[in-house]
Design a protein around this ligand. Structure first.
Ligand code: ADP
Ligand code: MG
Length: 463
């Protein structure tokens, strides 16, 4: 077999490229892995092409490749580095043994090797405008901000750092700021869970999982945004779990954001939830008036600087906007931009009343109605406990409110039928369909039901 290796080596590598003595490397594999592992797995690895910073190796089957990559890749790299320090990546190609032996190897795929790297890098861009300098500190975010900065000073002390907050409260901004801060001295990977999934699927389709794993596992700072996205996606969770472990093992810093605490993640494996809770979990709260006011003022300054113009908004108007915008900071900035645009077009300093008029529609549209909120309002309205309403009991005084809540969840939120079912103590979507039908019919025929529905709806909109 060893002869065989030597033979392959001489076939695949032209003299001028060859700087590694592959036979030596194999001997060192044998010593460090032991004869058993070596004979079963590593012996079959051949060198296809050698670059300064990475190697392309070949194995005979996909199974071989996956096995080797998942178990031995790090150690193989470690060994190779003993002979050639500049190598920091190993690529595996599947080349059937028959093809290996006939001496002609088609390496036309080699140019594709870096493709995944490039395509991911396109989405890995950090936004220079979301930095620590323009992140305004307030009571609701000071802990998150402070630990985000600490992570930049001491990599892997708080690992993973997990930031959770509802939409528009500054998660992506902070994650991005951490990435900017660390990117000079570290191999920073910044990606949303959705993008991670996209590349995962693409790599499976292209049979290119080695590249995928390799690419993500070599970062020293791995930042993943909106992890709640992995909900219900089993194979993605599997891959994420291994990526996570491998990064933790080698001491990489992991930073994660999510719209909820790890324990509250829906349809996510318990082992992942427990890993995610294993470091530091920090909430960002909704902003208070002070923070909102400060953000408005800082945004005004930013715009003034950028466009070199004076923006005249009275303190009253600023306070009005800060008071009225209750959902999140993204909305706050949207509202502010609208007011500024209006005052620009009409070239005047707005009064609070004018401002009210401009924003009337905006604030009405923005009200976010959630399944939770519907459940709370409905159970309060009928004066029953929330857990009773969600329970399996079928008595009418519980079943009707439950059906009404399901009906409103379908009508007033964007949740799908299965999602709604799950939120009602894991009921099937057919139960939700039945509830929607029943309440639709009753609210047409029954005046009492009609009144109930309309009162609950106004409660939901007012609150
Ligand atoms: P999330 O990722 O939590 O949905 P983002 O990070 O995208 O929220 O924040 C929404 C918007 O609000 C962005 O434009 C962000 O720059 C801004 N923002 C959030 N928090 C702050 C803050 N404390 N100071 C300045 N801007 C902020
Ligand atoms: Mg975000």
């Amino acid at each position: 077999m060893e002869n065989n290796i030597t033979k392959k080596q001489s076939v695949y590598i032209s003299e001028e490229e060859k700087t590694l003595n592959w036979e030596e490397v194999h001997n060192s594999f044998k010593k460090s892995f032991g004869a058993e592992i070596y004979n079963s797995w590593l012996q079959k690895i051949s060198l296809v092409k050698e670059f300064n910073d990475y190697l392309i190796l070949s194995v005979p089957t996909r199974f071989f490749r996956d096995w080797i990559v998942s178990r031995y890749l790090d150690k193989i790299l470690e060994q190779v580095k003993l002979f050639k320090l500049s190598v920091n990546r190993i690529e595996f190609k599947i080349i059937e043994e028959s093809k290996q032996n006939d001496g002609i190897i088609k390496i036309d795929e080699i140019s594709k090797v870096t493709e995944i790297k490039d395509s991911i890098l396109n989405y890995n861009r950090l936004n220079p405008n979301l930095n620590f300098k323009n992140f305004i500190q307030g009571k609701s975010n000071e802990i998150a901000l402070s630990y985000s900065k600490k992570v930049c000073e001491h990599i892997s002390r708080y690992n993973p750092l997990y930031l959770c907050a509802g939409v528009g409260l500054g998660k992506t901004h902070l994650l991005n700021a951490i990435g900017l801060e660390l990117q000079n001295d570290n191999n920073v990977m910044f990606i949303s869970a959705e993008r991670f999934m996209y590349h995962f699927i693409k790599s499976i389709k292209k049979n290119d999982m080695v590249n995928f794993k390799d690419f993500f596992r070599k970062s020293s700072v791995f930042i993943i945004d909106d992890i709640q996205f992995i909900s219900g996606k089993e194979s993605l969770q599997e891959e994420f779990f291994h990526t996570f472990n491998s990064l933790m093992d080698k001491g990489s810093q992991i930073i994660i954001s999510s719209d909820r605490a790890p324990t509250k993640l829906d349809r996510v494996q318990d082992r992942i939830k427990s890993r995610l809770s294993g470091g530091l979990v920090i909430d960002i709260d909704t902003p208070d008036l002070d923070l909102k006011t400060n953000i408005i003022k800082s945004k005004i300054q930013e715009i003034e600087l950028q466009f070199k113009e004076k923006i005249n908004l009275s303190d009253d108007v600023i306070t009005y906007i800060a008071n009225e915008s209750k959902t999140n900071i993204r909305e706050l900035i949207g509202v502010l931009n609208r007011v500024i645009a209006f005052s620009r077009v009409h070239n005047k300093v707005l009064t609070t009343n004018e401002c009210k008029n401009i924003l009337k529609d905006v604030f009405n549209q923005i009200k976010v109605i959630t399944v939770d909120k519907i459940q709370n309002v409905v159970s309060n309205y009928f004066n029953i406990g929330l857990s009773e309403m969600l329970s399996q009991r079928r008595s009418r005084p519980l079943a009707r409110p439950r059906q009404i809540a399901m009906y409103l969840a379908k009508k007033m939120t964007t949740r799908s039928l299965p999602e709604i079912g799950r939120r009602f103590a894991n009921r099937d979507h057919t139960t939700v369909i039945h509830a929607v039908k029943t309440i639709t019919r009753l609210s047409e025929q029954d005046d009492e039901m009609k009144k109930n529905i309309s009162q609950i709806k106004s409660l939901l909109i007012e609150q």
